[in-house]
Design a protein around this ligand. Structure first.
Ligand code: GSH
Length: 210
């Protein structure tokens, strides 16, 4: 994963640079992982609601126009929160060496982007960022978000962590938007095992109340 230097993109900054919006769970995943691993980084705050990810300067770094984006010390950019998590978790205890367990981590990461974030995070975005009243929200967001939380509840009733018997980057991936789900109108008491996991994972990763 740690390939050759791409000198034309070298920014001259000898530190990981992160472009993110700290209100975004996708960005918090990256922040919490870098903090947990003790990796120094420079954070550039962009406001996603003001089009700050759509400037020519930012699009040159990430043509998708989204945060989070990291620029490695050698100047190479990397987008997609879960790709960023995998990059920095490689070689640490947060990414199992065992091929099956590693694939189980990926299973949760892909699931998060397809079945959790599009509902749990998007309902929060519409309520919190855009200030839309509940009556104007697509009912599918609540229904499918609750289905995603129920899927986690089922798993966490029998297991302290999402993969194996210790925390992995799968837990870190699911933590921010699940911890913030109440801001999207989801009820923590409806999913007690998830609530207990949020507390456990927050302690393990040194993440305070959000
Ligand atoms: N799948 C991407 C999603 C990134 C994403 O949706 N970022 C949002 C903030 S959470 C964003 O930058 N929105 C601004 C825009 O699309 O203009 C990831 O996991 O990084």
């Amino acid at each position: 994963m740690r390939g050759t230097k791409d000198s034309h993109r070298n920014t001259g900054i000898d530190m990981i640079q992160v472009f993110g919006d700290t209100r975004s769970g996708n960005c918090l995943k990256v922040k919490w992982l870098l903090d947990h691993l003790g990796l120094p980084h420079a954070w550039t705050q962009l406001d996603v609601t003001r089009g700050e990810t759509r400037t020519a300067r930012f699009l040159a770094l990430n043509p998708a126009g989204q945060v989070p984006l990291v620029v490695l010390p050698d100047g190479r950019p990397l987008a997609q929160s879960n790709a960023i998590l995998l990059h920095f978790a490689a070689g640490t205890a947060l990414l199992p060496n065992d091929a099956y367990e590693q694939a189980k981590v990926l299973e949760w990461l892909f699931w998060e982007q397809y079945s959790h974030e599009p509902y749990v995070a998007v309902r929060r975005f519409h309520k919190l960022y855009l200030g839309r009243p509940d009556a104007d929200l697509d009912p599918k967001l609540l229904e499918r978000g609750n289905q995603a939380l129920a899927r986690m509840e089922e798993h966490l009733r029998g297991s302290a962590w999402l993969v194996g018997n210790q925390p992995t980057v799968a837990d870190l991936c699911l933590l921010p938007y699940t911890k913030l789900a109440h801001e999207g109108g989801f009820v923590p008491d409806d999913h007690p095992a998830v609530q207990a996991w949020v507390a456990r994972a927050s302690t393990r990763f040194g993440v305070g109340a959000a």
